[in-house]
Design a protein around this ligand. Structure first.
Ligand code: FE2
Length: 366
């Protein structure tokens, strides 16, 4: 990638393709003290109020900088590196590649809670692990009631849902969700009936006196890639059919239509939804439904297979942070007569973790 100049025009050259950069695009990026606020990096001018016919009067490439004078009198020096960065289209988080894992996975780091560690390099490493593996485990987090609210808000902002700002996970009478019983919970993603689906779930173990109730996790990304390779027809239909996910209780009806495997604009993995107790496929041709049911059965078998899931017992003080768009989670059954089991959970969105990660990267020059 490089920048070239010709006849008062700026060109961006990349792998044999050469394109002119619109002069207005450069004019928007003028960066002198009278154009942008140094502290916030926000513009002090409104580009929608500029004349549309912005042209370049004078251009000069000196060292690492491009010096430009525009026909409206604005003059600026732009760093070539910064221009190239915008074309490389790599955000810090997307640059962190996902690492697939299955039941043989042993590589996860634990991060021990310390006061102020939200502003330390250790937190950057934890968030990087989170983006690589889809989850991270924090140890020795104070087991104070509601501490999860402080914890979550120290990374970003809590995403409130109809379950509240945070929720208590323990068996209770007349539960409005199976999570609040001692029954086993098959692998699932949370809240597929919401739009948008909460991105990240945090679960903080406050008390655990029972032998069972193991937490289970599966990498939906690994399973999706497996399905794509070995069962392409099943993969295809699950990426195409939007199913209805629905949740009701006494005060709300939540409903959304979405694919069980959602792809991004480049056809790559974006998100999985799986909750076979509350999904409703639309009425389609019998043959198509036949294929859909067979695909759902296959992906359920893979999700629940011993080949992909890991199981572990959360200890008091453990805080599990997991990507609800990538991972499935569940719980084995437990005997409520053995003692108490009390977890607190909440959700946060990706902009919280991404914002924190980028901040720490900038702070420690990583
Ligand atoms: Fe859940």
């Amino acid at each position: 990638m490089k920048i070239e100049l010709k006849n008062n025009k700026v060109f961006f050259e990349n792998e044999g393709s050469r394109k002119e950069i619109h002069p207005f695009w450069l004019r928007e990026r003028v960066n002198g003290d009278s154009f942008i606020d140094k502290k916030t990096q926000q513009r002090l001018f409104d580009p929608t109020e500029l004349e549309g016919n912005i042209k370049i009067d004078n251009l000069n490439l000196s060292g690492d900088c491009l010096e430009i004078t525009f026909n409206d009198g604005a003059h600026t020096k732009l760093e070539i590196q910064n221009i190239l960065k915008e074309f490389s289209n790599i955000s810090d988080v997307k640059y962190i590649e996902k690492i697939k894992w299955d039941s043989s996975f042993t590589g996860l780091n634990n991060f021990e809670f310390k006061n102020n560690f939200f502003e330390e390099e250790e937190m950057y490493n934890a968030l990087k692990d989170f983006y690589q593996y889809g989850f991270v485990l924090f140890k020795k987090v104070p087991t104070k009631d509601n501490f999860i609210v402080n914890f979550a808000n120290s990374i970003g902002s809590i995403r409130r849902t109809n379950f509240g700002e945070y929720f208590n996970v323990k068996s209770k009478p007349n539960p409005n969700d199976l999570a609040y019983t001692s029954l086993p919970l098959a692998l699932h993603t949370d809240n597929p009936y919401r739009n948008p689906v909460p991105c990240i779930q945090m679960l903080h173990c406050i008390v655990n006196e029972v032998k069972g109730g193991l937490s289970t996790l599966v990498d939906g990304y690994t399973v999706t890639e497996k399905l794509k390779k070995d069962f392409p027809e099943h993969y295809k239909i699950l990426t195409q059919i939007k199913v209805r996910f629905k949740f009701i209780d006494q005060s709300v009806v939540l409903e959304d239509w979405a694919e069980m495997i959602q792809l991004d604009e480049f056809g790559k993995f974006k998100q999985v939804r799986f909750s076979p107790r509350l999904d409703f496929v639309p009425l389609m041709d019998k043959e198509k439904l036949e294929l859909y049911y067979s695909a759902r059965k296959k992906i359920s078998e893979l999700y629940n297979s011993d080949k992909y899931k890991i199981e572990f017992r959360l200890q008091p003080g453990d805080l599990l942070m997991m990507d609800n768009h990538r991972l499935l989670h569940g719980r084995t059954t437990y005997d409520a007569n053995e003692g108490n089991r009390f977890l607190q959970g909440c959700y946060i969105d990706y902009d919280s973790t991404e914002g924190k990660l980028k901040h720490l990267k900038r702070k420690f020059n990583l």
